[in-house]
Ligand binder design. Sequence first.
Ligand code: 8YV
Length: 328
Amino acid sequence: MPQSKPVVVVTRKLPDAIETRMMELFDARLNLSDAPMPKAQLIEAIAEADVLTPTVTDRIDAEVIRAAGAKLKLIANFGTGVDHIDLAAAKAKGLVVTNTPDVLTEDTADMTMAMILAVARRLGEGERILRGGQWGGWSPTWMLGRRVNGKRLGIVGMGRIGQALAVRARGFGLSIHYHNRHRVHPETEAELEATYWESLDQMLARMDIVSVNCPHTPATYHLLSARRLKLLQPHAIIINTARGEVIDENALTLMLRRRELAGAALDVFEHAPAVNPKLLDLENVVLVPHMGSATLEGRLAMGEKVLINIKSFVDGNPPPDRVLTENS
Ligand code: 8YV
């Protein structure tokens, strides 16, 4: 008798090619409407699942994990960040968690570089003025931004994306500084001509541009706290393409309003999709709706990784992108 295919619950609409392959390989339960699943629906869906494929818009907390049926063995996340999954609860229930690293590194680094340029050179502001029909013509002293070339960039989190950003930033004449839990390999440091700061406080006080590129974990929640933000120089700008929770968004908004910081570019928000309305009023801020990895190529590659992780797991092999907790 043929073995039945594993039930895979996919919480959001994925690219067509990925969904087709999901249907071929598994008993896939797709979400054709693409509406984020309310918690009750998620709980109902995973009671029947062998595998759950969530995204950043799902809160896979302890309650959801407890509600999973005995069949659930794998959470194959579509995305790299797994801060929306309670990893300890998953581990306690004996679930394997996988993610999709590497394939969104270059796209996210591109977006980060674009946002550095956008805020330093006031692209959003200029566009708004022109589209608003308020442009009266060129002027020698109007809409002056700040030069990027020759400035210091402090990267908070020198993982894959941080390093890919450093490569780009060097091309724009920025000098590279970084803070990371662990110092990177000396060869990488030399290649990037990067200066390591063991003290985040010390680094922040000396940078012109700060980019957040670390994951959100309990240790990095509000890493850029009100106290640390105050260490930045008033001409500094801050970019976040990682997770909103890493910066105290209220404190940042207040400082931007008071012009204690020159500007910010944010792709992620502490209470996404809600955005602090006070941020929307500020001209010196570039706001983007979590588009860091949003390329067709990237999303297809993420989907491929999900498929490979699930297929490996159900075939009894170790999935390539298993997420390990601190002590696993
Ligand atoms: C993803 C991201 O698109 O992978 C991540 O961690 O932040 C995004 O770029 C999203 O998480 C998909 O779930």
